[in-house]
Design a binder for this molecule. Structure first.
Ligand SMILES: C[S@@+](CC[C@H](N)C(=O)[O-])C[C@H]1O[C@@H](n2cnc3c(N)ncnc32)[C@H](O)[C@@H]1O
Length: 281
């Protein structure tokens, strides 16, 4: 029986078809690079695209205190790899990498990206067909990483993937997960997003719309989650953490963070926050 398509998958699958139809990797990046990181330039080569991933991976791993020498012995799962912007860098830094994404065409391109700019023998790929389950054994990775991906999931899927990340990570290992929270502009953006996602369900028009940059940007953030909500959810399903932290751009009072420290890093987007969750041993 076919699964009803989730509306928040429409822009990714629409971009996946564009990615599939292009031969040259540089053309893929200049046509669809914004899909993976809207902050980067309009007409990029694959090399520039991958370099933006390298800079961000280096900055975040260093800021969150992960020792490069230890990373060389760690296995990593990346949720929402896209076409490998950051994955190539991960394969150069980690012992093994599973790149996971809901779109199979992205994963195919991710393998090509790593072939050119990373260490292909360290890479395997995993399709997240239902958008919420990782088909990986319990406690099989040292680290699970996700950047600008959980914000694109329905709230229940983002929470399910958070629990999955901590199921897959070994005791003592880390889930390094990026979320989006509320900002004042959401007074307009949030209702506009609901309307745009409803239109994505309209046959033909929906797919055309989802390929337009303005429409994708307006509709693709399918949740806003506050740190307390995520931590409460983990506690409610019995996930135990120790020595964990929430990272923000600037200091803020946050409720519901018992036992979790709050830290700041200027490189975190104003609307984002990171959970660096260590699974209790
Ligand atoms: C904005 S892109 C970010 C890609 C990559 N992390 C980067 O920074 O270049 C979000 C990616 O998450 C994937 N994605 C969205 N929802 C997902 C889900 N529920 N499970 C797995 N991947 C998902 C999309 O297909 C897309 O490749």
């Amino acid at each position: 029986m076919s699964r009803p398509r989730r509306r928040q998958h429409v822009p990714w699958n629409a971009a996946g078809r564009v990615v599939e139809g292009r031969g040259d990797a540089d053309v893929v990046v200049s046509d669809t690079g914004w899909v993976f990181n809207n902050a980067i330039g309009r007409h990029l080569s694959l090399a520039e695209f991958v370099d933006s991933g390298e800079q961000e991976v280096g900055a975040y791993l260093e800021c969150f205190g992960f020792d490069p020498a230890e990373n060389e012995h760690r296995s990593l799962v990346e949720i929402g790899s896209g076409i490998g912007r950051m994955t190539a860098s991960f394969t150069r830094r980690f012992k093994s990498v599973v790149a996971a994404d809901l779109d199979a065409a992205f994963l195919e391109r991710c393998r090509e990206t790593v072939m050119r700019f990373g260490v292909p023998e360290r890479l395997s790929t995993l399709q997240v067909a239902d958008g919420r389950t990782l088909d990986l054994p319990n406690a099989s990775a040292d680290m699970v990483f996700s950047y600008i991906t959980l914000q694109h999931c329905e709230p229940a899927d983002a929470l399910a993937l958070t629990v999955e990340a901590l199921r897959v990570v070994r005791p003592g290992g880390h889930a390094v997960l990026n979320y989006r929270t509320w900002v004042p502009a959401d007074a307009l953006l949030f209702p506009a997003g609901i309307a745009v996602r409803a239109l994505w369900r309209v046959p033909k028009l929906g797919v055309w719309l989802a390929r337009q940059r303005w429409s994708a940007r307006m509709g693709w953030q399918a949740n806003r989650l506050a740190p307390g909500e995520v931590l409460d959810h983990l506690a409610s399903v019995g996930v135990l953490l120790d020595d964990s932290a929430v990272w923000l751009q600037s200091p803020r009072r946050i409720s519901g963070l018992d036992g979790v420290s709050v830290r700041t890093f200027i490189g975190v987007d104003r609307s984002h926050w990171w959970l660096i969750a260590r699974r209790a041993s």
